[in-house]
Design a protein around this ligand. Structure first.
Ligand code: G3I
Length: 343
C-alpha cells in the first residue's frame, strides 16, 4: 500500500533519494528518525558535522569523530554519503576567519581540502566541494576566500579535491542557481573549471523553495542547461516552506513567542496550504522524472517537519511544514503525491 511505500524503492530506477542527517541521527539517538532514514533513503548529507567549523576547529586540530560515524552508518545501511562541504564562507572556524596573510590563508585552504578529502576518499560517494560562492546577480560573492585568494579559488578547490579524493564525485552547490542571472554566473564559473581541465562532476541546486511559488519553469530550464554541460544535476537541500519569508520589524533573534503573528500555523496547517504543498511536490517530482537521465539525486533537507532548519529561520521558534513527514514522523499528503508520480 502507499502507506508502506519506500521512497528509495519507488525511485530506485530513476535517481537517488537523500536526506540531511543531524548529529543525533548520525549517532543513532533518534529511533523514529533513524527508522525512517533506513526505510526511505539511499543517500545522505550531514547537515552540519562536516563543515569546517566542526571538522577543523583549530589550525592543527581535526575532529573526525562524527564524520567517521556517518561513514559507518552509511556503510551499515547502504546509504551513500555526500560530504558537505569543503569550502564555504559560512560556519568557518574562528581561527580561519582571522587569518590575515594570503600565504597563511592559502595554507589553511590547501591543508583543509587535502586532509579532509583524502581521509574519506573511497569512503564517501561525493563532495560539495564549493558551496554558495555566487551572488544573486551571478557575480562572485564577497568572502574571505575571494578576498584572500581571488576568484580562482573555486577552480583551485576542485583541483585540490580531485587530487585528494580521486574516487569521489565533485560538485558545485548553491541556492537560487536555477534563477536566470545566478544560473548564468554558475555556468560561467563551472565552464572556467572545465576549461582549466579540472574535474567537476555535477551541480547541486539546493531547492529551498516557497509553497505556491516554486519556479518550475526555471528549474526545467536549469536541468536542460546544466545537463548540456555534461553535468549531473542534483536537488541537494530540498524543502518547500509555507511561512512568509520576511517579517517587518522582526530580527533573526526575535523569539516568535513574543509575537504570535510571526507564527501563523502554530496549531496546524490549513488544508488549502497542505494541498498546495502536496501539489508543488507532485509537479516537482514529475519534472525530475521527465529528466531522470540528467537528475541523479534528490535530497531533502531534513527528515521531518519538526527537525527542519526552517523552524529557526529567519526567526527562531516557528512552526514550519516544509518536508514529506510530519512531526510525528507520519507521511503527509505531499508524500502520497510524490509516490503517486510513479503510477
Ligand atoms: O550545535 C549547536 C548547539 O551546541 C548550540 O547550543 C546551538 C545554539 O544556537 O547551536 C547549535 O548549532 C546550530 C547548528 O545549526 C546545529 O543545530 C547553529 O546555531 C545553527 O546556525 C546551525 O544552522 C545550520 C545552518 O546551515 C548554518 O548556516 C542549519 O542546521 C543547517 O540546516 C543549515 O544548512 C544550510 C546548508 O549547509 C547550506 N545551504 C543552506 C542551508 C540552510 O541554511
Amino acid at each position: 500500500t502507499a502507506q508502506d511505500a519506500s521512497l528509495k524503492k519507488v525511485f530506485a530506477k530513476d535517481f537517488g533519494i537523500g536526506t540531511a542527517m543531524s548529529a543525533g541521527q548520525i549517532e543513532e539517538k533518534d529511533p523514529k528518525a533513524n527508522a525512517l532514514i533506513q526505510k526511505h533513503f539511499n543517500m545522505a548529507t550531514p547537515e552540519n558535522i562536516m563543515k569546517a567549523e566542526i571538522i577543523h576547529p583549530q589550525w592543527d586540530v581535526y575532529n573526525f569523530d562524527l564524520a567517521d560515524k556517518m561513514v559507518a552508518y552509511g556503510k551499515k545501511n547502504k546509504i551513500k554519503i555526500n560530504g558537505h562541504t569543503l569550502i564555504w564562507h559560512s560556519q568557518l572556524p574562528a581561527f580561519a576567519r582571522n587569518i590575515k596573510s594570503v600565504d597563511s590563508f592559502r595554507t589553511f585552504f590547501t591543508n583543509h581540502i587535502n586532509t579532509v578529502a583524502s581521509r574519506y576518499d573511497g569512503k564517501i560517494f561525493s563532495w560539495d566541494v564549493v558551496n554558495e560562492a555566487l551572488n544573486e546577480d551571478g557575480t562572485m560573492r564577497k568572502s574571505i576566500f575571494l578576498n584572500r585568494l581571488g576568484d580562482d579559488f573555486v577552480t583551485e578547490a576542485f583541483r585540490l579535491a580531485a587530487k585528494a579524493s580521486p574516487k569521489a564525485e565533485l560538485y558545485y552547490n548553491d541556492y537560487n542557481n536555477e534563477q536566470p542571472a545566478k544560473r548564468a554566473g554558475c555556468i560561467t564559473l563551472i565552464k572556467k573549471i572545465q576549461d582549466a581541465g579540472v574535474r567537476i562532476d555535477g551541480v547541486g541546486i539546493q531547492g529551498h523553495w516557497h509553497v505556491g511559488k516554486v519556479p518550475f519553469k526555471e528549474i526545467e530550464e536549469s536541468i536542460v542547461q546544466y545537463g548540456a554541460m555534461g553535468l549531473k544535476v542534483m536537488f541537494t537541500e530540498l524543502d518547500i516552506e509555507v511561512l512568509p519569508r520576511s517579517f517587518q520589524g522582526a530580527d533573526v533573534n526575535q523569539r516568535v513567542a513574543s509575537n504570535p503573528a510571526l507564527n501563523p500555523y502554530k496549531d496546524g496547517l490549513p488544508d488549502s496550504v497542505q494541498q498546495q504543498l502536496a501539489s508543488d511536490y507532485e509537479t516537482l517530482f514529475k519534472l525530475f522524472l521527465k529528466y531522470k537521465d540528467k537528475v541523479t539525486r534528490v535530497t531533502f533537507w531534513g527528515v521531518n517537519d519538526g527537525q527542519s532548519w526552517l523552524n529557526d529561520w529567519p526567526v527562531r521558534g516557528r512552526t514550519n511544514y516544509p518536508l514529506l513527514f510530519d512531526r510525528e514522523f507520519n507521511p503527509k499528503p505531499a508524500f502520497y503525491k510524490v509516490i503517486g508520480t510513479k503510477k
